[in-house]
Design a protein. Sequence first.
Length: 370
Amino acid sequence: MKKAVLYKKLEKEGWVQCTACPRYCVIPRGGIGVCGVRWNIDGDLYLMVYGTILTAHIDPIEKKPLMHFHPGTAVFSIATTGCNWFCKYCQNYDLSQRRKVEGWTTTPEELVKLALEYGADGFAYTYNEPTIFMEFAHDVGVLARKAGLYNVFVTNGYQSLESFKLIKEFLDGATVDFKGNGDPKFLYKYAGVRDPEPIYQSLLEMKKLKIHIEITDLVVPQIGDNLDQARKLVRWIVENLGPETPIHFLRFHPDYLMVNLPVTPTRTIEKHIKIAKEEGAQYVYAGNVPGHPAEHTYCPKCGKLLIRRYGFYILEWNLDDKNRCKFCGYPINIRGSLGPNWNKDRFAAVYLPNSRYIRVKSPSDIKKQH
Ligand code: SF4
């Protein structure tokens, strides 16, 4: 636990206001913010999960998903408990909705050392919303950057403008997760978010800071698969972030409180992809549909297949050393060069005492498809 940076004291004796995310929780002495990790102790706000992580894995960066950021590299992924959203379909609800601080006690120095020992190329703050533990992510991220590692967020984008004072000191890339096509009614009903506007503000801020951005949209069948809304979202992305911004439409799997719905039909994902292309998006992907042709990257100019993937793994690479199409020379929006780890048996889990871990499927038995 450590005193937070993102908060201010209020006139009312002992009360504070957290400024980490747009909920701007007003917290009385002894109270805790709605994310469950920011605690008012005697009139100061403390980050309860500073130095306590519940899980850590070495993942392919493509798993975040980030397909255009240091492809083929390995990322040390960490999470704490808590979240500022309440998604009824959350696949990580066990940690995001846990309201008890648990995990492995560590320090930024120790985490960076561990990441280097495991041969990771960067850090991902993921599985739960990193904004709520911003001060800890910042301290890890600054050290990681000094050690030559990159830093990425997997985030709902629900961040305050104040939080960018810290973000700008360490963040290199982000995948910003929309759900249900960003439909405000969907977000209110199924994620407990009153107003999605701050997400758009965060994206503009990231763009200003030259942080690499990829967008995901979890397409939920029957309740969050409105094609008009999807078109509106893509149009905003193309106009404000640029047509080169990668967009991933993710297939929903029933989980947590929403096990009554089926998985998203592939056909629905394909309709979303079609709309995004009609709106001018250059790189549009199908997520959670392993083996689908929309897992690959195609050249926006000549249409040739540039990067062949299966799931999180790269199977073929047709770019030159400046990330241009090998066939027509078109510059592809990819930050960083192909990492040394692609298509190798090197992704594994990190075992932490008192923490759960998952072994990532090895790519060795993946056959070339399509
Ligand atoms: S980070 Fe947590 S405590 Fe702070 S405003 Fe958001 S929900 Fe409230």
